[in-house]
Design a protein around this ligand. Structure first.
Ligand code: MTE
Ligand code: MO
Length: 314
């Protein structure tokens, strides 16, 4: 993973309302002429509006990044390794119908339609800090719901100590999977107490609208106190296990990427410092900002790691 400056000029930045309207109008006009413009988009269509409530308690007060910054500068190697590639290529991903398979140490297992799982699930907007291991950061108004809400419905057994998440594997829709850049499909894992923590989110939206494909539609994980690679995208499988699962970046470079991946300014990456970060969209000459312990969420999560050597468990 290398660091590159986004190719977004301030003049190119459009408010999300304008962006979505433009796309909706275009799609509608192309599909069936002007009469379709007033028809509501089907649930789950990229850019469709979501019903949600704002959660101020779990939101930071920093200014969120622009929509174009969040949806135009991505890591999603299934659609290419450049930060601009996912926004250019991820339109080939079909996000409906979508199923999630639940397996392992749980009483309720099986394959579930995503829209059935989302039915009656209240959604919240939460403004979270996001810190990539490559030392860039964002502030993002996600729309989603606590992972614990969903996991509880599957009734994990007492033997379930970890949860493993798997991204879709389909090289036809995800051209990056035709090359062995990573060990496909992308997998990630959490300890059960991390998964059940109230800050841990499953995300379906951004800026009040259905998540753009490049940001991990239709369902992606967000663990705000961990490096971005934990936040696995386009999830099709959730498995409860007795053992600590491997995770994709740990398989790729075990000495560089651990299982825990907690944001920690005191523990450097072997090839660069983690003490500071660059906020995407900030003027190039702006000073880097100091990285905060647990990405600023120490008060809420430090107790999860009490007594652990965070240098060893990186
Ligand atoms: N399936 C999948 N999930 C993934 C990745 C990926 O390449 N494939 N990249 C990860 C990394 S390294 C980061 S920093 C975040 C980026 O999320 P964003 O593009 O929404 O900012 O997604 C994570 N989830
Ligand atoms: Mo990342």
């Amino acid at each position: 993973m290398s660091v590159r400056v986004p190719r977004i000029a301030p003049s190119e930045i459009t408010p999300p309302e304008v962006y979505f309207n433009r796309r909706t109008l275009l799609a509608g006009a192309l599909a069936a002429g002007a009469s379709s413009l007033l028809r509501a988009e089907p649930a789950g269509a990229p850019g469709a509006t979501l019903n949600y409530t704002r959660n101020a308690r779990y939101s930071v007060s920093e200014q969120p990044n622009k929509f174009e910054e969040i949806a135009g500068y991505n890591n999603f190697y299934e659609f290419g390794t450049d930060k601009e590639s996912p926004s250019e290529n991820a339109h080939t991903l079909k996000t409906r119908p979508w199923t999630v398979t639940v397996q392992g140490e749980a009483e309720v297992r099986g394959t579930f339609d995503l829209d059935d799982l989302l039915k009656n699930q209240p959604l919240e907007e939460r403004i979270y800090r996001f810190r990539c291991v490559e030392a860039w950061s964002l502030v993002v108004p996600w729309v989603g719901f606590p992972l614990s809400d969903l996991l509880a419905r599957f009734k994990p057994t007492a033997r379930a100590k970890y949860v493993e998440f798997t991204t879709l594997y389909d090289p036809h829709q995800m051209p990056g999977q035709r090359s062995p850049i990573l060990n496909w499909p992308y997998v990630e894992g959490l300890r059960m107490d991390e998964a059940m923590h109230p800050l841990t989110l499953l995300v379906v939206g951004l800026y009040g609208r259905v998540l753009p494909n490049q940001d991990g539609a239709p369902l992606r994980l967000i663990v705000p106190w961990k490096y971005g690679f934990k936040s696995v995208k386009s999830i099709v499988k959730i498995g409860f296990s007795t053992y600590q699962p491997r995770n994709t970046w740990n398989i790729a470079a075990p000495n560089e990427y651990g299982f825990y991946a907690n944001v920690n300014p005191q523990v450097d990456h072997p090839r660069w410092s983690q003490a500071s970060e660059r906020r995407i969209g900030a003027p190039f000459f702006a000073a880097r900002r100091p990285t905060l312990m647990f990405n600023g969420y120490a008060e809420q999560v430090a107790s999860l790691y009490q007594g652990m050597d965070l240098r060893r468990n990186f």
